[in-house]
Ligand binder design. Structure first.
Ligand code: F0G
Length: 461
């Protein structure tokens, strides 16, 4: 095991530390989440971020090719040679002027970080390479996760490629887009569909993993979040190490937003950045726990002294009312985000805001992203819809530099796309209409024509 690295409880009143070799989901003393933590002063930390450019010409080494491990010095919890990679993190930051004008931003101000270009088609591969690496360090033979689809596809591909662990996934029945389900099945994961939704599956997988000693790879696993920090490192790299004004990200289980916050806390502490970007986390209206708690109930990190009574009474009321998460953005259809406290820490450090966006806003934004290239799944488009809202409110200035994280690839959920663009009203109603989507203003409708040369030519003239 590497030295100067340990697991640390994030609750400042507890602050217990644990050895890297222990398999823990939460702090055994107080139940809080854990961080991977480093004694940075004893580790070889680069003097500046441009140091990482040295590695660009070492792409024949798999870990240097990886968009995660080429930043190894900033997540040094495993020996470099043992870091697991299947080629994750070859993603692109694309300036998108067509989308900028849709959101009300000036040309040149909006960038899209296409994390759908990862091997399993979502940002999860960043974290999974790191989580599976820790699993390998501690000798895990079986791994599990609960998922709305992308985490399971990601865990399944890492297990199938590396054969380091067997894979069990827990999904809510009928709650996962077919693109994602097909991946897990194809990669050979043992797939357990439980009656209930993601929140139910998440609760069960934690119990089952504990009872059976299965290595848990949801984002309660602090090493997953170490890998996801590198999304921010690549954004900075693409901007030639300049920090943007805003990072906008969809919020589900709140792993991404938490890891982005940790990335900036550490970069700032290490003197590698001076400016801190603002963070905007975007919920779907039908799964808006963070929005309600942060913006309406004013729940804050408060130096780690979170008002737990407020949180508990929120969830009690949610259960009493029988409120379940419901959104077309199935990836973020989550009402009990496990990383809530870490996300509050990120919002605190990055002077963050939270917004909720409707199903209509998500689908319109998604169509705009698609029309400008690469495309994304519905949950990802929440970041663009949220940006539009924040520009309209004047919270984001129209000349500020904004990076929207597109978390998952377009083909993950073709139903939503075909329903939006297609001409079949029954299909539209069954997929989108029932969720209150009324219009498809940015649809690119297919045109039907008989198999007749003249008729086809007439159409194209
Ligand atoms: N976007 C996509 C495409 C996702 O798959 C997820 C989460 C999120 C956004 C939200 O990210 O949880 O870090 O706030 N999907 C998880 C899963 C929950 O099981 O695949 P988060």
């Amino acid at each position: 095991m590497p030295q100067y690295v340990y697991q640390c409880c994030i609750n400042p009143k507890c602050n217990a530390t644990y050895d890297l070799s222990e398999i823990l989901h939460r702090c055994p003393k107080c139940g809080s989440l854990l961080d991977a933590d480093y004694e940075w002063d004893k580790l070889p930390v680069p003097q500046s971020l441009s140091h990482f450019e040295e590695y660009w010409n070492q792409r024949q080494i798999p870990q240097r090719f990886s968009g995660v491990w080429r930043f190894h010095e900033l997540l040094p919890f495993a020996p470099f040679e043992q870091c697991v990679t299947i080629g994750e993190g070859q993603t692109i930051l694309q300036q998108a002027n067509g989308v900028a004008s849709y959101t009300g931003l000036k040309s040149g101000s909006l960038y899209l970080q296409y994390e759908g270009m990862n091997p399993s088609g979502s940002f999860k591969d960043n974290g999974m390479s790191a989580g599976v690496t820790h699993g390998r360090l501690v000798g895990a033979r079986q791994a599990a996760c609960a998922s709305t689809g992308n985490t399971s596809a990601s865990l399944a591909i890492y297990c199938a490629c590396t054969k380091l662990m067997n894979c069990v996934i827990f999904i809510g029945s009928g709650k996962i887009a077919y693109g994602k389900l097909s991946q897990a099945l194809d990669y050979g994961a043992k797939t357990i569909q439980i009656e209930g939704d993601f929140d139910d599956a998440m609760a069960r997988v934690q119990e089952v993993s504990k009872k059976l000693g299965i290595y848990l790879l949801n984002s309660v696993n602090p090493f997953r979040l170490e890998g996801q920090k590198t999304i921010m490192f690549r954004v900075l790299e693409a901007l030639r190490w300049e920090v943007p004004d805003w990072i906008v990200v969809p919020g589900g289980n709140l792993g991404n937003s938490s890891s982005f916050g940790k990335a900036f806390i550490e970069l700032h502490k290490l003197g590698l950045i001076k400016k801190i970007p603002r963070l905007a986390v975007i919920n779907a209206t039908g799964a808006n726990t963070l929005y309600r708690l942060f913006e309406q109930e004013k729940l804050r990190w408060n130096n780690g002294n979170i008002d737990q009574l407020k949180v508990d009474s929120f969830f009690t009321q949610m259960d009493d009312e029988g409120r379940k998460a419901s959104t077309i953005a199935s990836a973020i259809e989550i009402n009990r985000p496990v990383n809530l406290t870490k996300c509050l820490r990120a919002l605190d450090f990055c002077n963050g805001v939270v917004r909720q966006v409707s199903e209509q806003e998500i689908l319109d934004a998604k169509a705009k992203v698609g029309a400008n290239g690469f495309g994304c799944e519905p949950a990802s488009a929440a970041s663009v819809a949220g940006t539009k809202k924040l520009v309209e409110e004047g919270v984001i200035g129209n000349d500020e530099r904004v990076v929207c994280i597109l978390t998952g690839y377009q083909l993950k959920d073709p139903n939503a796309t075909v329903a939006y663009h297609g001409t079949d009203q029954t299909f539209f109603d069954s997929v989108l209409g029932k969720r209150g989507v009324q219009t498809a203003d940015f649809a690119n409708h297919p045109i039907s024509v008989g198999n007749d040369l003249d008729a086809i030519i007439r159409l194209l003239k």
